[in-house]
Design a protein around this ligand. Structure first.
Ligand SMILES: Nc1ncnc2c1ncn2[C@@H]1O[C@H](COP(=O)(O)OP(=O)(O)O)[C@@H](O)[C@H]1O
Ligand SMILES: [Mg+2]
Length: 349
């Protein structure tokens, strides 16, 4: 295992803030503290070469976890081991093994031309001339840095800056790459480039990637495994397929019908001998359509459609699998509820 996170928690303790100027003064003399468990008893391990999506809603504790894995923050309890190194104890040694990109802010020197930022990083990471040359050749191929190589970072567009940051994080060819919201605010073309670059680096060097993102497409295109955290706790760890299978059993079929009244006479439960729990029917007068959402383990699309055709003329049919984004939203909503369920089913290791 290249990464081991063992029962890691992080509690932030900050002085209680009071509003206004009076409050600020009051705050100076008060000892009241606010405690926040940002990460609570999280464990997982990751194998070399995996691309893992670390996802959860805002404030779930994603960045805090990444910061503990990189050594920026020290866990309140528990331990991270990255290639056997505890980053909070041996931050420098760990730095040689990792690359980090925080989407929200650059790691590069704002006023320097990109080329100079890279020269400095080359020195910091002790990259030999030979390695530098070959790595830059590769990075230029996948990230096209030459386009703005001599420009100061402050003058780069967000997309260029992100490519530059990713390149900088990879200059010393780290074994582990942490990406915290790497595609935030980027347009589709750049997003695509960034994803492609991540994939190529992973394939070429077997780089292990941990990625936090709000973009479901990042996950679908990059990750074979996802870890979901909610309010500091891990609520899912497994494959995408598994997640879809577990939560994505719902299918939706939308039928435009000639006569809504006739369509309303369909009773799937008695006609097909299934429980009323297994499906949900909604009708829309404006579009003259019937939408049936159903558990695909209980009903088949053809049976559903056939029933409607028996009662009325069906003019148009649309079939929809539940989108991953909906599944994930659902999980965010029911975070804790799902956790207990998963534990019973032994899904969370
Ligand atoms: N330095 C800090 N001091 C106090 N609270 C913090 C600090 N950093 C993060 N938090 C709190 O910890 C929780 C998790 O934050 P974070 O890890 O940034 O979430 P995410 O990256 O998933 O959006 C939030 O409630 C946040 O307000
Ligand atoms: Mg964050």
């Amino acid at each position: 295992m290249i990464i081991e996170v063992n029962n890691v928690s992080k509690e932030f303790v900050s002085p209680k803030k009071y509003p206004g100027l009076k409050g600020a003064i009051k705050g100076l003399f008060s000892n009241e503290k606010v405690r926040k468990m940002a990460v609570e008893d999280i464990s997982f391990s990751i194998e070399e070469g995996e691309i893992v999506g670390y996802i959860g809603s805002n404030g779930a504790g994603k960045s805090t976890t990444i910061k503990m894995m990189t050594g920026i923050l020290t866990p309140t309890s528990g331990q991270c081991l990255i290639r056997g190194i505890d980053p909070s104890k041996e931050r420098k040694k760990n730095a040689q093994n990792i690359g980090v990109v925080f989407g929200q802010r650059t790691q590069l020197w704002w006023d320097l031309p990109l080329s100079e930022s890279f020269s400095i990083l080359k020195e910091i990471y002790n990259v030999s001339d030979e390695d530098y040359e070959s790595q830059m050749k590769f990075l230029n191929e996948v990230l096209e840095l030459e386009e703005f190589w001599t420009r100061p970072v402050r003058n780069l567009s967000l997309g260029q800056r992100m490519r530059a940051d990713l390149g900088a994080a990879l200059l010393h060819n780290p074994k582990v790459l942490y990406l915290d919201e790497p595609t935030i605010g980027l347009d589709l073309v750049v997003k695509d480039n960034i994803r492609k670059a991540i994939r190529e680096i992973n394939e070429k060097y077997k780089t292990t990637v941990i990625l936090t993102t709000h973009d479901i497409e990042d996950i679908e295109e990059l990750c074979n495994r996802i870890i979901i955290i909610d309010d500091g706790k891990k609520i899912y760890d497994g494959s995408l397929e598994n997640l879809k299978e577990k939560y994505g059993v719902t299918r939706k079929v939308t039928m435009e019908v000639k006569n809504l009244k006739e369509a309303r006479q369909v009773d799937l439960s008695s006609a097909l001998h299934v429980s009323k729990e297994a499906y949900e029917v909604t009708t829309d007068k404006a579009t003259n359509s019937v939408e049936v959402a159903f558990d695909k383990h209980c009903l088949s699309i053809s049976d559903v459609i056939a029933q409607y055709m028996k009662h009325t003329e069906v003019k148009d049919i649309q079939i929809q699998e539940t989108e991953l984004s909906e599944i994930v939203k659902e999980i965010y909503r029911h975070g804790m509820e799902q956790e207990t369920k998963q534990n019973e089913e032994g899904m969370v290791s």
